[in-house]
Design a protein around this ligand. Structure first.
Ligand code: AMP
Length: 113
């Protein structure tokens, strides 16, 4: 497990508002939500960023998207949501443990900032 804040949430060392868990991932509410629904889907395996995923992680990457979509349905926002993965500091990544942002409940503009 990487020594990031998400590693500590996965190990139970620090608390989080968990909305979903299975063998491969954990999903919890973002501490600083950018939309009415803002949930992070995090693999339990400590991959630093999506660009570091390997061939053997392909099923896991797909699983994260599938879980995010199911959570959106559970949250009542299955019809309109945005999934974001920031890869690297200049792309906006601040926690270096791969995660998918699930954002919903407001309108989103494009291109993103
Ligand atoms: P990123 O900038 O893509 O790496 O996203 C990191 C996200 O983690 C940000 O949206 C933060 O608000 C969120 N975050 C940081 N610490 C925590 C925490 N302890 N619990 C929940 N979300 C957090």
């Amino acid at each position: 497990m990487t020594d990031t804040i998400f590693g500590k949430i996965i190990s139970g060392e620090i608390p989080a508002k968990i909305v979903y868990e299975d063998k491969q991932c954990l999903a919890f509410r973002d501490l600083n939500p950018q939309a009415p629904v803002h949930i992070l889907v995090v693999p339990k395996k400590s991959i630093v960023k999506v660009a570091d995923a390997t061939e053997s992680d392909k099923e896991l990457l797909g699983h994260l998207l599938f879980v995010a979509s199911n959570i959106a349905k559970d949250e009542g926002v299955g019809g309109a949501f945005r999934l974001v993965i920031n890869n690297g500091e200049t792309a906006g990544q601040s926690v270096f443990h791969l995660h998918v942002h699930l954002l919903a409940g407001r309108n989103f503009s494009w291109p993103p900032g």
